[in-house]
Structures are given as C-alpha cells and as structure tokens.
Design a binder for this molecule. Structure first.
Ligand code: ADP
Ligand code: MG
Length: 208
C-alpha cells in the first residue's frame, strides 16, 4: 500500500446572502456524521450571529463549530485532532485570510473532505477574499441563488442597505438583502436606506 493517502476533495458552496449556503453546509456535515465520519467545523469570529460554538443558518439550523480568529488559529485547533477527522467544514470562508488556500490544499493531500461555504461577491459585487481561488482549485462548486426581495427572481447579489462602506458588517438584521441583477444597486439604495434607519433604531444601532 502506498504511504500517501487517497487524496480528499474540496467542495465550495457559494452564492449571495440568504442563498442557503449555511443550510447546505450543515446538511452535508450532518449526512457525513450519519455515515459515521468524524467532522470538525470552523467559522471566523467575525460572525457574531446566534452562537460562538455553532454555525447557524437564517432558517435557524445549527451545527457545532469552533470560532477562530484566523487561519493560524484554525490550524492550531485542527491539527491535534486531524488523525481523528475525515471532514473539515468552514462557514463564512470569505472572511479568512489567503492562508486558507494552502491549508485546503494540504488537507486534500492528507485525504480529507474539505467543505467550505462563503460569499462569492461583496456588496459591491467584487470577488470576495479567498473564495474565487478556492472555487478555482475545488472539485465541485455549488453556486446557490437566493430570492430577490424586490421581484422574487433568482438573486445572485447581496444588497447592502444603508450608507456604510465597511466591508465587514456581519449579520446585523436589516442590513442586507438578496437582489437579482436587475434590482441590485452596488452602493446605495435610497428606499432601502430609509428602511435601514428605521430597523437600525429598532434592532441594533451599535452595529451600524
Ligand atoms: P446563507 O448562509 O447563504 O446566508 P442560510 O443558509 O443562512 O443562507 O439561509 C437560507 C434561508 O434563509 C432560506 O432557507 C430561507 O429560509 C431564508 N431566507 C430569508 N430570506 C431569503 C431570500 N431572500 N432568499 C432565499 N431564502 C431566504
Ligand atoms: Mg451563512
């Protein structure tokens, strides 16, 4: 028998916000566990929604996860467990630094199934962080669409509502909406901005 393990795979789940990326990641991780594979899941600590010890979908499904500050921390948490792990999941992968790419390559070489989920584009419709590179080197890409909140068509864009141009404002209610190509406005949506002012007062003024 060869001393090299059978190579693993890299699966990328991508699309705009609300397209079901986390749901799909959770579904795959749960199925892997049903098949008695051992799973570890990670997310960046930028995502403060709901749980520090789980990933969560907008439909309230969850899966246990470890929150890590960066790829180095992810590595430190993963490697001591690696012999016991078959599947590595990462949610919100767009927020990790580019070191996630060589790490994915390494894990594939070690025979692991690596499943990453994250946004393909920012609210300005630019490719987001390491996601394009991960898509390029992956075995499969599942590109999901959401439902456009204006017309109900398939949505590929994440519309930022309101003024903030900061790239990282995560999960604050009312800050983002899925939009189709026809209804996406890269920087500002006047009508939506009025909605934001109302919802931000009601829900999370500190996040704006
Ligand atoms: P993502 O991780 O891609 O942001 P989630 O898996 O967290 O998506 O959430 C997907 C769920 O969000 C859907 O199953 C649905 O219940 C809900 N949802 C809310 N708004 C929308 C929308 N505009 N389009 C599709 N699903 C939506
Ligand atoms: Mg998600």
């Amino acid at each position: 028998m060869s001393s090299h393990p059978t190579p693993g795979v890299l699966e990328v789940i991508t699309g705009p916000m609300f397209s079901g990326k986390s749901e799909e990641l959770i579904r795959r991780l749960k199925r892997a566990r049903i098949a008695r594979q051992r799973v570890m899941c990670f997310k960046p600590d930028i995502d403060l929604r709901y749980h520090r010890t789980a990933i969560a979908s907008h439909s309230s499904q969850t899966h246990e996860a470890i929150t890590v500050a960066n790829v180095e921390r992810l590595r430190e948490a993963l490697y001591p467990q690696l012999d016991n792990i078959e599947v590595v999941g990462v949610d919100e992968v767009q927020f990790f630094d580019p070191d996630i790419i060589p790490l994915a390559v390494e894990l594939i070489a070690l025979g692991k199934r690596v499943i990453v989920a994250g946004l393909d584009t920012t609210f300005a419709a630019e490719p987001f962080g390491p996601v394009p590179n991960l898509m390029a080197i992956s075995d499969t890409v599942t590109k999901l669409s959401a439902v456009c909140m204006v017309c109900g068509a398939a949505a590929i864009h994440t519309q930022r509502l309101g003024q903030s141009q900061e790239l990282v404002v995560v999960g604050a209610a009312g800050l983002y909406e899925a939009r189709c190509r026809a209804h996406f406005r890269p920087f500002m949506d006047e009508h939506a901005s009025e909605q934001l002012e109302l919802s931000s007062v009601l829900e999370s003024p500190e996040k704006i």
